[in-house]
Design a protein around this ligand. Structure first.
Ligand code: HEM
Length: 153
């Protein structure tokens, strides 16, 4: 087992834990909370989602570092100039989107904005959060499909 295999395995484990969690939040947690109707929905969502957001900061970091290491070891920087490697751009785009959310927007203003909006319009806020998650998981699944077929095809 060489360093490339280890980096690839760590990359995939981080992606599974991170994108798998986003899939759970989008397809199980949010619909279940919305089905319960108004009331404690937002509090429950926050209580369950924030430990996941904390864990995602680590898995995002591991995915980014191992991904960079793979590019460095493959010396694959020129892939970014080739449209056939759209999935390489896709991985970086998804990573940047999530990192901005987790490390910048959320602690900076998103959390407070979300709480304020949720107090004024709880149902509409949950719908907005669910839509955002649907966009993110759809993009992520397309990129995972491209990355696996691209890396092995
Ligand atoms: C800065 C962020 C990232 C970088 C630099 C990066 C880089 C890479 C590289 C270089 C590979 C190996 C490609 C090859 O073998 O030809 C790879 C594989 C892969 N990446 Fe990423 N990646 C990043 C983020 C992501 C994200 C966000 C996802 C999921 C949405 C993802 C999913 C995958 C998958 C599924 C594979 C294929 C693993 C395999 O089947 O061998 N990566 N990544």
């Amino acid at each position: 087992m060489d360093d490339l295999a280890i980096a690839r395995a760590l990359h995939v484990i981080a992606v599974i834990m991170w994108i798998g969690g986003v899939s759970f939040v989008t397809m199980v947690l949010l619909p279940s909370i919305r089905r319960r109707g108004e009331g404690s929905g937002i509090d429950l969502f926050e209580a369950l989602e924030s430990p996941f957001a904390r864990q995602s900061r680590y898995t995002t970091l591991i995915a980014g570092l191992t991904g960079l290491y793979l590019i460095y070891r493959f010396d694959a920087w020129d892939r970014f100039l080739d449209p056939a490697y759209w999935w390489m751009h896709g991985m970086v785009l998804i990573w940047v989107l999530f990192s901005l959310m987790l490390f910048v927007f959320e602690p900076w203003f998103l959390h407070a904005w979300f709480r304020r909006r949720a107090e004024a319009a709880p149902q509409a806020t949950m719908v907005l959060i669910q839509r955002l998650h649907i966009v993110l998981i759809t993009l992520s699944v397309i990129v995972v499909f491209g990355a696996v077929t691209g890396a092995h095809g």
